[in-house]
Design a protein around this ligand. Structure first.
Ligand code: MN
Length: 206
């Protein structure tokens, strides 16, 4: 295969005979710039924050989930690129597989690159990611407004911070992580996804 596998790390970690996660096809772009936040009940509950850049979902694991309080900085650990198709994935990853546990589409929508809009030099998302300085405007169901993702260490460090920008959508009293716990895709709770998907699994095997 001459084509560079742009999902090498993603593929290496997973056995696609065992997990229902998408394999991912060609590097592709969706119609708009999409973002998704997946609540992931793995060995430790966290929120996977993903934004479309250059045909893949750049990804971060955010242990506490996003905050709407502009004074709170949330640790975001960069993880492997995921295929665009992953944005619709909701289900149960088998316990013996990488990231085993239930995945919910907690929020989804589109984003705009604020660096391109505000900066006369018009920095692309690809460059902003490389520089470790991203500012975007989210149009999700739960998350709206400006957010910054800032790399804290040197280039190549996986530690970033996710921070709500101080704009009219910042609201320290709202805490969607606790007050809006259900899937924006199916309206289900984590428990319901776990229960229904395991029942389907049993039915398909019997
Ligand atoms: Mn995860």
């Amino acid at each position: 295969m001459s084509k560079e596998n742009f999902l090498k790390d993603y593929h290496k970690k997973r056995d696609f005979d065992r997990t229902a996660e998408p394999f991912g096809g060609d590097r592709r772009k969706s119609d708009g710039r999409i973002f998704v936040v997946q609540k992931h009940d793995a060995s430790r509950l966290h929120y996977d924050f993903r934004i479309e850049i250059d045909g893949v979902l750049k990804s971060w694991a955010v242990p506490k989930g996003p905050s709407l309080n502009a004074k709170e900085k949330r640790l975001a650990v960069a993880t492997e690129d995921h295929p665009i198709e992953y944005a619709d994935f909701e289900g149960v990853i088998p316990e013996d597989q990488y990231g085993g546990g239930t995945v919910m589409v907690w929020d989804a929508g589109t984003y705009r690159n604020l660096k391109q809009e505000q900066d006369s030099k018009g920095k692309t998302m690809e460059q902003a990611y490389k520089d470790g300085e991203i500012t975007i405007w989210l149009d999700g169901k739960k998350l709206k407004g400006g957010f910054a993702l800032v790399r804290t260490g040197k280039r190549g460090s996986d530690k970033w911070l996710l921070i709500k920008m101080n704009d009219e959508k910042a609201d320290g009293r709202r805490n969607p992580v606790s007050t809006q716990p259900k899937s924006v895709l199916s309206g289900r709770t984590l428990k319901q996804i776990t229960k229904q998907e395991s029942e389907e699994d049993r039915n398909s095997k019997s």
